[in-house]
Design a protein around this ligand. Structure first.
Ligand code: ZN
Length: 529
């Protein structure tokens, strides 16, 4: 608190010293809420109600998803074919802007950048824009974390003409030119590292341009031969006279090329260092996209800010995701690292300690840009939610397998239900759950036994959709908000409006966001660059 006061004082003092003019009022923190279209509302009345609820909880920034793999959630004139079906006759973005601005809240339009649906307009119209792995397949060939086949197509961020210059940047320009948005949030500005960190992109465009990008070939000497001898020592000047590009590159298969980029050597005696050039190409491609987005926004509406939803560590992000966000400080106003509970192992108290430490590091990586720490509300309660999901999964397997199964599935249900029982506060709901578990049959050899198993699953589901008071302790939410602030975050952004509703946490949001935040202009200025 003392530190925060001191730094605010310093900022005011320096502001006066530099400008020599009247002081601006101190900037209040951003208290944001990210909303999926369904959470914002399906008509004007619902949108007005959700905005009122957010305003009452001291939220001052609404972040509305306007583009994801299901399409666009605004009335695009450029790409009417990409508008999501249920929003063809209802301009959600326009309605949210009207209702939020009426209540003095800022609005950021949130884009999930490089992901598309397999039946979406962009991929079906331009399959050649997709990223390819060494086998020449798109991300539809991958198996996701759930063990099921992956349903989204990641689009190549490098290819020109391609997804970025023909679709994504025009969308950004259209939004900032035709809607009075206060900011943009770029999400998914990365490669699909969580899916296959080394698998993309090996499309024809990338394979043709990766050497050019690092100037590892001479435009004026396209036939320069690769080095056939070892260098006396590695030196950038000595390296000037040859190319690491294999002589027969154009005759190689996609797999051979990918293998060289991931495991090859720059020269005979170096370490397997071609991957350095490949990963640098990827991070630069994404960084360039952020710069292009910044230029478009700046030209169309300089007062519109750009935020980036990023993974928690830009150095690891550079390696695995092509997302080295510490390089983006020239094009991004606010960083929103997804420092979510589910990205950490260990107990709740260990998480709090690591969360504080990460926030301090992120503040350094964000340099002179704003750090709006983001919190996924559902993941704060994963210790409570996971056992119920595991119990449900075992129940479903047992129901599908029928009579004769049981055994380990039954033990799983008993084990996970015990974890839930230990967490449930004493209440009639706990008694109801306990009774259902006690009645769990040994075998599902009759309709009655089957009904008893279904009842266990049902009371479990009910704990999630209508939890008893205290099952999701508000103290968890208050603790992370407090620690984020203490660790230097400039603002807080919350994911999971549905959970705030079902777990009855709105009052806690209001309590957590208890600093003064009135009196802000609806359209905030971009910070000085
Ligand atoms: Zn590519």
């Amino acid at each position: 608190m003392k530190m925060a006061f001191l730094s605010m004082f310093m900022a005011l003092f320096l502001g006066r010293a530099i400008s020599g003019q009247t002081l601006k009022p101190p900037v209040s923190p951003d208290y944001g809420l990210l909303l999926h279209p369904g959470e914002a509302g399906h008509n004007e009345a619902e949108v007005a109600a959700s905005m009122e609820k957010a305003k009452s909880a001291r939220i001052n920034t609404i972040v509305l998803l306007v583009k994801d793999s299901a399409g666009l959630y605004y009335s695009s004139k450029l790409f009417p074919g990409a508008i999501a079906q249920e929003y063809k006759n209802f301009d959600l973005l326009k309605t949210v802007l009207t209702e939020a601005h009426k209540r003095g809240m800022r609005v950021q339009a949130w884009l999930a950048d490089f992901v598309e649906g397999k039946n979406g307009w962009a991929y079906t119209s331009h399959p050649e824009w997709a990223e390819l792995n060494p086998d020449g397949q798109t991300t539809l060939s991958e198996i996701g974390a759930s063990g099921k086949s992956y349903q989204d197509v990641w689009m190549c961020p490098a290819r020109r003409p391609g997804y970025v210059d023909q679709y994504l940047l025009p969308i950004i320009k259209e939004i900032v030119s035709t809607y009075p948005v206060d900011g943009l949030l770029e999400g998914f500005a990365r490669y699909p590292g969580d899916l296959n960190p080394d698998g993309y992109c090996f499309c024809d465009y990338c394979l043709a341009h990766v050497f050019e990008h690092g100037h590892l070939v001479y435009d004026s000497e396209p036939h320069l031969a690769p080095l056939l001898r070892s260098l006396p020592r590695i030196d950038a000047d000595l390296a000037r006279e040859y190319t690491p590009k294999p002589a027969l590159w154009n005759e190689w298969s996609r797999r051979e090329k990918a293998k060289f980029l991931l495991h090859g050597r720059y020269e005979n005696d170096s370490s397997s260092d071609m991957s350095y050039f490949f990963y640098t190409y990827r991070t630069d491609v994404v960084t360039n996209f952020m710069q292009e987005a910044h230029e478009i926004v700046n030209a169309a509406r300089p007062e519109c800010t750009i935020s980036a939803a990023v993974f928690k560590n830009p150095i690891a992000g550079g390696r695995f995701l092509g997302q080295k966000w510490s390089d983006w400080t020239g094009s991004v106003d606010e960083f929103m690292p997804m420092t979510f509970r589910n990205q950490f192992n260990g107990s709740w108290s260990t998480f709090l300690q690591e969360f504080a430490e990460y926030t301090r590091y992120q503040k350094r990586w964000a340099a002179n840009r704003k750090l709006n720490q983001s919190i996924s509300v559902p993941s704060l309660y994963q210790d409570m939610i996971d056992p119920i999901h595991r119990m449900a999964a075992a129940s479903d397997q047992w129901l599908a397998a029928g009579a004769g199964a049981g055994g380990t599935l039954r033990s799983d249900i008993l084990r996970w239900s015990q974890v839930t029982l230990d967490q449930l506060p004493e209440s009639p709901r706990k008694t109801e759950f306990k009774t259902a578990v006690q009645n769990l049959p040994e075998q599902i050899d009759s309709e009655i036994a089957r009904a008893k198993l279904i009842e266990v699953r049902h009371v479990g589901d009910k704990l999630l959709s209508n939890p008893p008071a205290g099952f999701f302790p508000p103290s968890r939410l208050l603790e992370v908000i407090h620690i984020a602030r203490e660790s230097g975050a400039d603002g807080i952004m919350l994911y999971g409006a549905t959970m705030l509703e079902t777990a009855n946490l709105w009052a806690s949001v209001k309590e957590g966001f208890n600093e003064k935040n009135e009196g802000q202009p609806v359209t905030a200025s971009a910070p000085a660059r």
